[in-house]
Ligand binder design. Structure first.
Ligand code: HDD
Length: 705
């Protein structure tokens, strides 16, 4: 064996999908029930017991099969994640369009011929595993790239900044946000005294809480939110030049949010709203995609900004550092099993591949410790051997044993180096990971540098960069949250803090929540009135609007216009939307012509307006008559209007819409064969072939979405 007396072989495959296949079981008719040790069993209903005609029991402890089944069940749960417990995930592909070899030698970002498999997990932060999807919260956006040089994890959020600058504060910010310790209330909410007490006591949180009060914290879908690496990373190129980088994922479908009333209702009506949305889109072949971008600052420019580029409470304004889009992330495969592929997936911020490095960002450095550590209590020391966490490239080292070790490594020696000389370290031309030889001149101390002490400038920049409606939503969100704080110290101090962002904002919110109203004399940080690009989500509306994957509720009752429904269903489906017929009942409903019937997908009580993106009310005199008198139907349209959804009505269906939104009669100006569109409501009183086409075209263009 060419001088090496011992050959070390590891029973793990180099190919991800082959590896997964080996670990994946298909349940089939050919199988027979067995114990975990493989012995066939003939009865899976009855515990072994002493039975007579008169008497059933006692049960016998000797039933090894029964005991195994119950004991396995008793131990099914593992600790939920201490944060980000609620989440869902999917698999996909990362493709690179443009090489970034000017900034990195990482092959995943330089080899445009590669497709890198990825796993992604989206999550909320505060709620426990069974909490609702649509709560107001930051969303996690964690991506694992299974590269040929090892796993690369970007453990990011849908908001580009964070509450704190130093990992030392993480337990405090999380304790303050999680349910309060005496009564474990509230679940998955930031609207309570402790959360806001913390925000006031930490001026560094000001920028982040503004993002958390914006529409970003109530996304319409995981597919419609941005992802950010948040922390500052580094990259090294082949010339050994170092740059600082931030990572961005921007969704192809645009950035869209729910409105708060909708989010509140969905939390009860459909707590799995986001989880199902992601699953259904992937199952239907509508694969969500994000453009992947980097912001790059050369090492020489590190100190050229009026903020510290290593401070996670700051963005790099895009007008100063544009985002360079170089790749695409696509999710195209749902998990086969939630527990093994989503619950057991485990990320680590220091999982970086050669050519990418961390920076001195003190939040990131603390994270680099915390993630491995948390997996020890969640999954055990061999967590990286679990199928979903295992790299696709060979793994070889002398870390051994520990609970639940799976890999069997042959050989006589388990230390390094050893007399057999096996497993040499990678040579420089074999692309080892590089710890950049950074030169430091510093004082050891529990300190922060000067620029880390400025906290309000970017909070103002964010607020100033919002559109009028986004500002209104922030005011309403703060009003809601502080109304749920019953300690006057908390809401009074927060109202004053808001004056450090914008006096008008502070005064409006203070008045709403009954706090002393700040005046000009009390302002210590006047709003600088500057704004920037890349912060308002209106900037991420796709160039070509689409209704693909959007749900359209078609409201029908006996006597509906069958032709119009058929035409709209066909047009919606052709545009990739999902038409759902919603009847007064789910039993068959008759069309106006008396021959056609339709079997609704849902009835009005079941599939509420919150669960669709648009509403269509077809004509038909009898149907309109019924619907106008049906409180649930009228509420359906009114609620959809209130939630700013696209609504279309034809013929007598216009009367139903008018009944529902009488408060804004000007919206519904129904005329002859002319299509009228206002506030996302499209009406057509007299249906003619040409004008119906126009309604369909409006729907296809996605107006109102
Ligand atoms: Fe964290 C989970 C994102 C700061 C400690 N974090 C976790 C997840 C995401 C983030 C998306 C869920 C991963 C998954 O789906 O399994 N965390 C962030 C971001 C941060 C951040 C964007 C700020 C830039 N986190 C942060 C700090 C610490 C942690 C400062 C500790 C010092 N985070 C954890 C953790 C978790 C975690 C306790 C819980 C479960 C896990 O790691 O795997 O270690």
């Amino acid at each position: 064996m060419s001088g090496i007396a011992q050959k070390i072989t590891v029973s793990s495959s180099g190919d991800k999908f082959a590896t997964m296949a080996r670990d994946t079981k298909e349940v089939s008719d050919k199988d027979r029930l067995t114990t975990d040790y493989g012995v066939r069993q003939g009865n899976n209903d009855d515990w072994l017991k002493a039975v007579s005609d008169l008497h059933t029991g006692p049960m016998l402890m000797e039933d090894a099969y029964g005991r195994e089944k119950i004991m396995r069940f008793d131990h099914e749960r593992i600790p939920e994640r201490v944060v980000h417990a609620r989440g869902s995930g999917a698999f996909g592909t990362f493709r690179l369009f443009e090489s970034a070899d000017d900034v990195t030698f990482a092959r995943v970002l330089t080899d445009t011929s590669r497709e890198t498999p990825v796993a992604v997990r989206f999550s909320t932060v505060l709620g426990s595993k069974g909490s609702a999807d649509t709560v107001r919260d930051v969303r996690g956006f964690a991506v694992k790239f299974y590269t040929q040089e090892g796993n690369w994890d970007i453990v990011g959020n849908n908001i580009p900044v964070f509450f704190i600058q130093d990992a030392m504060k993480f337990p405090d910010v999380i304790h303050a946000g999680k349910p309060e310790p005496d009564n474990e209330v509230p679940q998955g909410q930031s609207a309570h005294n402790n959360f806001w007490d913390f925000q006031f006591l930490h001026p560094e949180a000001t920028h982040m809480f503004m993002w958390a009060m914006s529409d970003r914290a109530i996304p319409r879908s995981y597919r419609m939110m941005q992802g950010f690496g948040v922390n500052t990373y580094t990259m090294i190129n082949a010339r050994n030049e170092r740059s600082f980088v931030k990572f961005h994922f921007t969704p192809e479908l645009g950035v869209h949010s729910l409105v708060w009333d909708e989010a509140l209702k969905l939390a009860g009506q459909d707590p799995d709203f986001h989880r199902k949305d992601l699953w259904e889109a992937i199952a239907a072949g509508s694969y969500p995609k994000w453009r992947f971008g980097i912001q790059v600052i050369p090492e020489a420019d590190e100190h050229k900004f009026d903020f510290d580029i290593l401070d996670a409470t700051k963005v790099w304004p895009e007008e100063l550092v544009p985002v360079r889009y170089i790749g695409e992330l696509e999710l195209n495969r749902n998990p086969d099993e939630f527990f093994t592929q989503v619950e057991q997936i485990a990320f680590c911020t220091n999982h970086l591949v050669p050519g990418i490095g961390w920076s001195d960002d003190p939040l990131l450095q603390g994270r680099n410790f915390s993630y491995f550590d948390t997996q020890l209590s969640r999954l055990g020391v061999n967590w990286q051997e679990l199928p979903v966490n295992r790299p696709v490239c060979p793994v070889m080292n002398f870390n051994r044993d520990g609970a639940m070790r799976h890999v069997i490594t042959k050989g006589k020696t388990n230390y390094w180096p050893n007399r057999h000389g096996a497993v040499p370290p990678a040579k420089p031309d074999e692309h080892p990971f590089i710890n950049f030889p950074e030169k430091l001149v510093a004082i050891k101390g529990r300190l922060r540098s000067a620029k880390f002490r400025e906290h309000f400038s970017q909070a103002q920049l964010f607020f100033n960069s919002m559109s009028a409606i986004e500002k209104q939503h922030i005011v309403a969100a703060l009003g809601f949250e502080l109304d749920h704080c019953d300690d006057p110290v908390v809401y009074a101090r927060m109202a004053q803090r808001l004056a450090d962002i914008d006096l008008g904002l502070a005064q409006t919110v203070a008045e709403m929540v009954g706090a002393p109203v700040p005046d000009k004399a009390t302002v210590t940080h006047a709003n600088h009135a500057k704004s920037t690009t890349g912060l308002s989500q209106f900037e991420f509306v796709p160039a070509k609007p689409t209704i693909a994957t959007r749900k359209i509720g078609i409201i029908v009752a006996d006597g509906y216009d069958g032709v119009a429904v058929t035409v709209l269903q066909a047009a919606a489906t052709a545009a990739g939307a999902i038409p759902l017929v919603i009847g007064t009942k789910r039993s068959a409903i008759k069309a106006a012509d008396g021959t056609m019937t339709i079997q609704p997908d849902h009835h009005l009580e079941g599939m509420r307006s919150t669960m669709v993106d648009a509403v269509f009310v077809p004509g038909g005199a009898a149907a309109a008559q019924t619907l106008r008198k049906n409180g649930r139907a009228v509420h359906y349209v009114r609620e959809a209007f209130g939630h700013l959804k696209a609504i279309a009505a034809l013929g007598e269906g216009v009367d139903v819409v008018q009944e529902a939104v009488a408060a804004v009669p000007a919206v519904i100006v129904a005329q002859g064969g002319e299509v009228v569109e206002a506030y996302g409501v499209v009406t057509l009183r007299k249906v003619e072939a040409g004008s119906l086409r126009e309604v369909v075209d409006i729907a296809k263009e996605g107006k109102g979405f």
